[in-house]
Design a binder for this molecule. Sequence first.
Ligand code: NAD
Length: 325
Amino acid sequence: MSFKICHIGCGAMSMRGHGPAMRKYAAENPGVILAGCCDLDLEKAREFGDLFGFYHHYTDWIDMLLKEKPDAVSIAVPVGSTAGISIRVAGMGFNLLTEKPPGMTGDECRGIIEAVKKAGVTAAAAFNRRHMPLVRRFSDILDIEGKETITCIRCEFHRVGRKDPDFSTTAIHAIDMAIMIAGCGYREWSFEFQPLVRTPVGNIYLNGVMESGAKVSLAFMPDSGLDAERFSVVAAGSSFFLNMPIWDCPDYPGGIIHFKEGRRMAKITGTEDEMFITSGFYGEHCDFYNSIRSGKPAGYDMASSLQPVEIMESLRTEKNNQTRR
Ligand SMILES: NC(=O)c1ccc[n+]([C@@H]2O[C@H](COP(=O)([O-])OP(=O)(O)OC[C@H]3O[C@@H](n4cnc5c(N)ncnc54)[C@H](O)[C@@H]3O)[C@@H](O)[C@H]2O)c1
């Protein structure tokens, strides 16, 4: 049986992550058709379509969906447009996978959740880190130990010379990862902001408590000399360390170390593979399309994005309020 996929937005992330992931999925699954891709910029749509094997390219996504009638729509447009397009795609009755964040605010995210429920379609947000093979392995190891025994989750999130005043749409990755690690949402959270001379972003510190009672502490350092995302997790008698396999970063291909009662239990080095696989883009596309084709629920639904988006929004609001003072 055929399964048609359309893609909206053929920019940087699509060229590096989504296009290669969809091409591999189509190559490995007979009947999967990359029916159409769309960008406001005709040249981008044409280049993306030619490179990754889409049958048709468009500059108007509504025209594309009406003509192609796909089984799933993948969306990777600028963050300010994601919620509006997602709500309309759901309203037209199509299943959709959006880039993160699905909305800039909790209200936008709730708007998508309502539209999806009303239309009875399947939807998820593509938080690629949830689908990194190394992160899945880390989560599985924590599951074996028992996530309910976790007492402390910390993350150091480094970037090189970031100057974009709103860091919240990047910070949401670690905010979301803490939920995956803890196996539950946040009960409470607060922020501290540390101004820096060289960048308007400044260091951002999130301190919180998860529903399980685990303490969470995330430090975002946008001008700290390297790109890296390093987690440490403490549970009863154990410590776990995860260096994420972020592309082009010194920690690549990443690794996991587990100590228990004074002994090293595991040392796992990430697998060197193509960026779109190690970074989770392939996994997120597989998970979503396989769930629709099999009728089984996806690993994540749109509702699981709501709290990360709400915390991202409160980070942005508090930062803006502080800047005005
Ligand atoms: N997962 C990650 O680590 C990660 C990293 C960077 C960006 N992102 C996300 O990816 C998304 C896209 O980011 P990007 O860096 O590729 O941006 P980009 O600006 O390079 O690409 C966006 C593309 O969407 C097109 N577009 C805009 N409105 C459109 C419309 N109405 N119809 C069709 N095409 C339209 C633009 O012409 C552009 O080519 C954002 O949501 C961003 O948050 C995720």
